[in-house]
Design a binder for this molecule. Structure first.
Ligand code: PHE
Length: 357
């Protein structure tokens, strides 16, 4: 091919390439055009493969002509590529596809655990830090563990059919979490520290503060030289941690067959802060933690030497605590499927818990 023919050929290739690039509707198509011209076997790319056919003195000129043409074609392709990319971006934006992977995602609403469960988990965490393990007992219980082993005589009113749901088998639905006391003594022996949260059942007439199903947390600590002072200090720590503020406690005598002495630990009312309101029956105090020193008969039932070991037990009203904490005034909403009163109360709980009502 002489130089003249070469120039003509190149002019044709450039014209064709310009037309093909303009017609390319996408970057992919354009890339195919590009390699068809500039690739090793492309129309321009292959022109120098036979450079040896030219006389030696012409080779430099031929090289320059071809390379200049390659440069022009590459520029043309690049310009068209930029055009196509800009158009594609504009089309995406117009279609609302403005996805930005650096923007934080939107969280779905997952709901939350039941208020009683939330308080239970919190209580468990506090006690685990204090070296207690979390135990569970059966909700369907024998008369022995629910009553007899707990020093509750057969004629005690707590056994009355009015209060207890008896099953045809002679078993009952546990009326308290206290049966886990003797079960744990049998399982672990002394010394021991356990809590046992769970459901309890009583044949009550349902009203704003009574339900047939409610939750307690049993606590039991057995060791050497344990006194009421340990119990009261523990109660104060526990209640303050759950309420996230310093609470006051006071004690009164209380009677439970399985403790001696038995006490009632009250905390200052978290609704009114102690001034007096309907929730605390205008006393400024709330009954929250019945407790006492474990009765020797109960230790013996659990196979523990009552001369060597002593301990305390308590029965935290978990449902009551949840109501206090979240400002829920009617126990019935906790066992219903309608979560609106709970959500509303929890939202207000900052006010209720702060005693600024
Ligand atoms: N089990 C008792 C109740 O349900 C509470 C309690 C537990 C009292 C442990 C003293 C010790 O009322």
């Amino acid at each position: 091919m002489d130089v003249e023919t070469l120039n003509r050929t190149i002019a044709e290739i450039e014209a064709k390439t310009a037309a093909a690039a303009a017609a390319a509707g996408s970057v992919d198509v354009l890339r195919a055009v590009e390699s068809g011209v500039l690739g090793k076997k492309g129309t321009l790319g292959s022109l120098l493969a036979n450079i040896r056919e030219y006389p030696a003195e012409q080779r430099g000129q031929v090289g320059q002509i071809v390379n200049a043409a390659k440069g022009r074609v590459q520029e043309l392709i690049n310009a068209r590529k930029a055009e196509l990319e800009a158009a594609a971006g504009a089309a995406d934006a117009a279609a609302g596809d403005t996805f930005d992977p650096t923007v934080p995602g939107r969280r779905g609403k997952l709901g939350s655990v039941h208020p009683v469960t939330a308080v239970q988990w919190e209580v468990e965490r506090i006690f685990q830090r204090l070296g207690f393990t979390v135990e569970a007992g059966p909700e369907m219980e024998t008369e022995y563990y629910n009553f007899e082993a707990l020093n509750i005589p057969a004629d005690h009113p707590a056994r009355d059919v009015q209060d207890t749901f008896w099953l045809a088998s002679g078993m009952c639905l546990r009326t308290q979490t206290s049966p886990v006391q003797v079960r744990s003594m049998e399982k672990f022996g002394p010394p021991l520290r356990i809590i046992a949260p769970g459901r309890c059942f009583r044949n009550e007439t349902v009203d704003a503060s009574h339900a047939t199903t409610f939750h307690q947390v049993e606590g039991l600590l057995i060791d050497r030289d344990i006194s009421l002072a340990h119990l009261i200090a523990l109660a104060q720590t526990l209640l303050s941690e759950v309420m996230h503020r310093e609470v006051k406690v006071r004690t009164r005598p209380g009677y439970f067959p399985f403790v001696e002495p038995g006490i009632e630990i009250d905390m200052n009312c978290q609704i009114c802060g102690g001034q007096g309101c309907p929730t605390c029956k205008h006393s400024g105090w709330l009954e929250i933690l019945p407790a006492g020193m474990v009765h020797p008969n109960v230790l013996r039932a659990g196979g523990i030497d009552a001369d060597e070991w002593s301990g305390f037990a308590f029965g935290l009203g978990l449902t009551r605590l949840a109501m206090m904490k979240y400002g829920i005034k009617d126990i019935r909403v906790l066992n219903s499927g309608d979560i609106r009163p709970i959500v509303g109360a929890a939202r207000l709980s900052g006010v209720v818990l702060g005693g600024r009502e």
